[in-house]
Design a protein around this ligand. Structure first.
Ligand code: 5GP
Length: 105
């Protein structure tokens, strides 16, 4: 199966403006921003969508939210950001590698 574009970015096989990275996740600018700041927080574990997460992913999911705080702090946006997850094609999900949208104006 071909890797998603996000897996290619994780593997450094595709370019992205990386804002944050650690052993569990990577965060980079959305190529088609819907706000002045639009960053995607992507767990490195290849989970297709939120509905495929289980109890063993609890730490990873919480970690992604705390990474949002780290990014917000760096961008001086701790009191001004929103997060969004599209779950499934019917909800607008286009890339089937779990990701959290971080948006701020
Ligand atoms: P979804 O609709 O799956 O929740 O969000 C996918 C997001 O990935 C969209 O906002 C889209 O603009 C972004 N995206 C799609 N392809 C690329 C890419 O090649 N690079 C980056 N940085 N973002 C992408």
């Amino acid at each position: 199966m071909t890797d998603t574009i996000f897996q290619q970015i994780i593997n450094k096989q595709a370019p992205a403006n990386i804002r944050y990275e650690d052993e569990y996740c990577i965060a980079f600018d959305d190529i088609n921003p819907k706000a002045s700041i639009h960053i995607l927080i992507v767990p490195k574990k290849p989970i297709k969508m939120l509905a495929e997460c289980h109890s063993e992913d609890q730490h990873l999911l919480g970690h992604c939210l705390l990474v949002a705080n780290t990014i917000a702090e760096r961008l001086n946006r701790l009191d001004n950001y929103r997060l969004m997850i599209n779950n499934g094609a019917k909800a607008g999900q286009e890339v089937f590698h779990l990701h959290v949208h971080f948006l701020s104006n």
